[in-house]
Write a protein that binds this ligand. Sequence first.
Ligand code: SAH
Ligand code: SF4
Length: 353
Amino acid sequence: MIKTSILNFTLEELKEDFKIKGIKQYRAKQVFNWIYRNGILEFTNMNNLPNNLIKGLKKNYKITSIELDKKLISEDGTLKYLWKTEDNELLESVFLPYEEDSRYSICVSSQIGCSLGCKFCATGIDGLKRDLSTGEIVEQVLQIQVDVSHREFKIPQITNIVFMGMGEPFLNYDNVMKAVQILNSRKAFNIAKRKITISTAGVVDKIIRVAESEEQLGLAISLNAPNDQLRDKLMPINKKYNIKKIMKAVDYYIQKTNRRVSFEYVLMKGINDKEVHLFQLISLLKNKLVHLNLIPLNPVSELNISRPSQEVIDHFQKKLRENNITVTIRKEKGTNIKAACGQLRSSHKNGGS
Ligand code: SAH
Ligand code: SF4
């Protein structure tokens, strides 16, 4: 019998499933407590459950389904986790501690590989292998929370989640949204929706869908090119959803949620870093409730692209600021373990990362 991971279920769904299997519904809450409040990942250790129930649970369900393959530790406290799935695929997540303001963030993956093939991104190189299940997404957070906890579970507590690891979260919409629900649930992680950010290459119909749900989720748009001609080349999805469509969807999102939307702009030398690009970028973002993140390209060994000089990066920031656009240059973390966005990939060929 194929066992389902308990991490695929919301509490309500687990109650329902227990009911079908003849298990008392209140047990679901106990199991949830063990997992999400105490970080217990073995039924055997749930010591207020009767033995026959533990046996039944073991027969029907499993808890974990990804296994730690490798953990890389950076000097700045960033941790990169490489997990192996049951079908022997690899996926990555990154733990980013910001001790100064007690923020502990996890960058999670939503797919193994990615079908969108952006020209500057390591994840896109080998295409899409498959979507991750809800459980596999939730488990990245759970296992990391267990791993980083000291003295007791949830100290320190994960406070932020960003869907900026491998994959395009809006192309695995249902599993991602259910994972968000579990991460947000008071009975599970209790991470506020506004502290969960979904980053998208611009899947417009899903931006509209999230806007319509009026969820207070964080939204980040990977823009990376300020005109369609260049964006078509760098991010092929632009042929389906061009910049105009994206901006319209973003306006709608802001109108519905009243939330500031982030834009990401990966700066690539000689590609999108010229004065004309800066000018176009300013006219796209001016007078909107947005925040711009300038990301100096992280080098990918197979790709022959580099980042501009610090001077160019600073110039972009200065000019954008002069036009009253809130902008930050992404602070680098975990550089020595290649933990940055766009450097995560499933196959670690050629020495990989
Ligand atoms: N598919 C989603 C989320 C994962 S990519 C998306 O594209 O938004 C997360 C971020 O990494 C995106 O903003 C993307 O533009 C950025 N990125 C991709 N390759 C990069 C690289 N080589 N250096 C820096 N950032 C990169
Ligand atoms: Fe996929 Fe995002 Fe990488 Fe593009 S940047 S290939 S959408 S993961």
